[in-house]
Design a protein around this ligand. Structure first.
Ligand code: IMP
Length: 483
């Protein structure tokens, strides 16, 4: 007989509801912040991390997610050189010119502006008249703060350009250089500069990107030579190193954690874990962040072929239990990353309430334009035409396509078998508008509970398990034909 048989079933996020709490007057979504910390220092502005999967995180994903305050982890399946190049490119991004910015006409409706924002993810849209003369800037935030309706003209919700006033940073110099633009933006309150000619016509935009805020991480295995990969990645500017394995309860990994902590200062994350004991072993070995989950990933076939893994919420709760105990004992707070099976905003909210500090997702990010997987048209043929994209290819790191031997503990191709599937996911557009919407939903949930930030949310949230019957009633619409 097995040494232990647990008859309490493993749980997942969708089985729970979040109960409401007392909401104070100030606790509105606008005042709630989703900032996170690591080693007691500010870390990410939103708690989202993209999976180190070759179908998900390449340069475009890491950059787009980093820019809005999350973080991409570059897969260990990339070579050291590829990881270093991407990290260096990202760390060099501090200003970019947009030579042909997407513009709105002054007679366009707000509805049109919002659909452009939704499709392309631009946050700042310049408004011009038919002579291309600059009239103002449309931003979603400004629209939210206005009383305008979607059917009204964009001009009713824009930040107007008024000569001589400094609400919009403007320069009349079409041949302005990057260095000159940087100098102006350094002193400016805005993070964009509008470049006009002498007839007030729009030429281009420059955007300031605060390099300190673009975070990027690298994944590694612990096979001979891992130290060189880690050293090169850190030198290039990686903000986090992730020992990414499917099962971290392994002597080699515990040794690697100890060696890393004796050689490098950058924060180290290790995983994955699914039990209290493994979590505690990693905490005691010195990790700064811990990643949990197994068998719940969208492309994962581990349970199917190896019957190994755990319900994602149960695994998260056990990891959090170890973390909280370790914190009480040592005073060191180690954030937990919930990884696998988080399908959208509702799952994110339950995972954050259950004690996750960060959410790692593959499938969620795989659907966006910025994902590394090739894009397909309606006939499932490759396309680079954004208007024609309908699907994105996906594959697991343990699939035949990725063959990430290190993640699955194989030292030779001969012993390798697939623990991951290959497929396609429906295209969901650009990353930024989708994430902004989901962050608004998360803030609304925090407001329902009365929490001003994620730390408070973890402390005061109350979750309730639903019966299967209740789940059917509360987690989807019923008794209507959905249009
Ligand atoms: P998802 O967000 O549900 O798609 O889960 C993503 C997570 O699945 C990743 O962060 C990994 O932890 C895990 N994963 C990635 N590739 C594989 C695989 O091939 N087999 C099993 N798990 C995988």
């Amino acid at each position: 007989m097995a040494s232990k048989i647990i008859n309490e079933p493993g749980r997942t996020f969708g089985e729970y509801s979040l109960l409401t709490g007392h909401t104070g007057k100030r606790c509105t979504p606008q005042n709630i912040d989703l900032n996170t910390t690591l080693q007691n220092k500010p870390f990410l502005k939103i708690p989202l991390i993209s999976s180190p999967m070759t179908s998900v995180t390449g340069e475009e994903m890491a950059l787009a997610l980093g820019k809005i305050g999350g973080m991409g982890i570059l897969p260990a399946r990339l070579s050291t050189e590829e990881q270093v190049k991407i990290v260096s490119d990202i760390k060099r991004q501090d200003l970019s010119f947009v030579d042909e910015p997407k513009t709105l006409w002054d007679n366009h409706t707000i509805e049109k502006a919002l659909s452009i924002i939704q499709r392309h993810g631009y946050s700042t849209l310049p408004i011009v008249n038919k002579f291309r003369e600059f009239k103002g800037i449309f931003t979603q935030e400004n629209y939210w703060d206005s009383n305008s309706l979607e059917t009204e003209k964009v001009t009713s919700a824009m930040i107007p350009y008024e000569k001589g006033k400094d609400t919009i940073e403007v320069v009349h110099n079409p041949s302005i250089t990057v260095l000159e633009a940087k100098d102006i933006l350094k002193k400016s309150r805005t993070n964009y500069l509008v470049v006009l000619d002498n007839q007030e016509r729009l030429i281009k935009l420059a955007f300031k990107q605060d390099i300190d805020t673009i975070k990027v991480g690298i994944a590694t295995d612990t096979y001979p030579g891992w130290q060189n990969r880690v050293e090169a990645g850190i030198k290039a500017g990686a903000d986090l190193v992730v020992i990414d394995t499917s099962d971290a309860y392994n002597e080699n990994i515990i040794d690697a954690i100890k060696e890393y902590k004796s050689k490098f200062n950058e924060p180290l994350c290790a995983g994955n874990v699914i039990t209290y004991d493994v979590a505690m072993a990693l905490l005691e070995a010195g990790v700064d962040m811990i990643k949990e989950g197994m068998s719940s990933g969208s492309i994962c076939t581990t349970q199917k072929v190896k019957a190994t893994g755990r319900g994602p919420l149960t695994s998260l709760l056990e990891t959090v239990r170890a973390r909280d105990e370790y914190y009480k004992r040592s005073g060191k707070y180690v954030p937990v990353i919930a990884d696998g099976g988080i399908t959208g905003s509702a799952d994110m909210i339950i995972a954050l309430a259950a004690g996750a500090d960060f959410l790692m997702m593959g499938n969620y990010f795989n659907k966006f334009y910025e994902a590394a997987g090739p894009k397909l048209d309606e006939n499932k043929k490759p396309t680079n035409d954004e208007m024609k994209i309908r699907y994105v290819e996906t594959w697991g790191e343990g699939s035949m396509r990725a063959r990430n031997l290190g993640r699955y503990g194989h030292s030779h191709r001969r012993t390798f078998f697939a623990e991951g599937a290959e497929g396609i996911v429906p295209y969901a557009g650009r990353l930024k508008p989708n994430i902004e919407k989901d962050m608004q939903i998360i803030k609304a949930a925090l407001s329902n509970v009365g929490a001003m930030d994620l730390e408070e949310f973890r402390k005061i949230a109350v979750l309730e398990l639903n019966s299967q019957h209740t789940s059917q009633i509360v987690s989807t619409t019923h008794d209507i034909v959905v249009r």
